[in-house]
Ligand binder design. Structure first.
Ligand code: TYD
Length: 137
């Protein structure tokens, strides 16, 4: 299954270090493995809140904890995998066809998301039972 959780890769980005701090740059098709059409970020996430809780039909995402940390639970309907993100130079590429939940946000965490498409509600599967049925097709 080429959209399995095991094909969602953790990518280490370059870190340019100097005494006044670090820079990480992400370039289209170089570090993010798709054309980036949208950037958004989650912030002020209350303690204990869960985000995500959906799958996408076509959307690729590249997720980075640019500040703080959180867990990403991935589920392809057969396999589950949890990835802990806690470094601004490490990203997770989430393939379409994977259910995802974002959990255990640290206080002040910022989750940066690079996405392969503009926002489209019709690309979402928001019900887990619908997701299971979709994966059986
Ligand atoms: P949603 O993707 O459900 O958030 P999360 O998965 O992080 O819990 O989006 C929450 C709301 O924000 C929903 O009403 C759609 C809106 N939204 C946009 O308008 N544009 C966007 O790019 C995103 C990601 C969400």
């Amino acid at each position: 299954m080429k959209d399995s959780v095991h094909f969602c890769s953790v990518i280490v980005l370059p870190k340019i270090h100097n005494r006044a701090g670090n820079i990480t740059a992400i370039e289209n098709q170089v570090h993010a493995p798709f054309d980036i059409k949208r950037v958004y970020y989650l912030y002020d996430v209350p303690g204990g809140a869960d985000r995500g809780g959906h799958a996408h039909l076509k959307l690729h995402q590249f997720i980075i904890a640019v500040s703080g940390s959180f867990d990403v639970l991935l589920d392809d309907s057969i396999n589950k995998r949890t990835v802990h993100l806690d470094r601004p130079y490490i990203g997770l590429h989430i393939l379409p066809g994977n259910w995802r939940e974002l959990l255990n946000f640290s206080s002040g965490a910022i989750c940066l998301v690079l996405a392969s498409e503009v926002y489209d509600e019709t690309d979402y599967i928001r019900d887990y039972q619908d997701f299971k049925k979709f994966k059986l097709q």
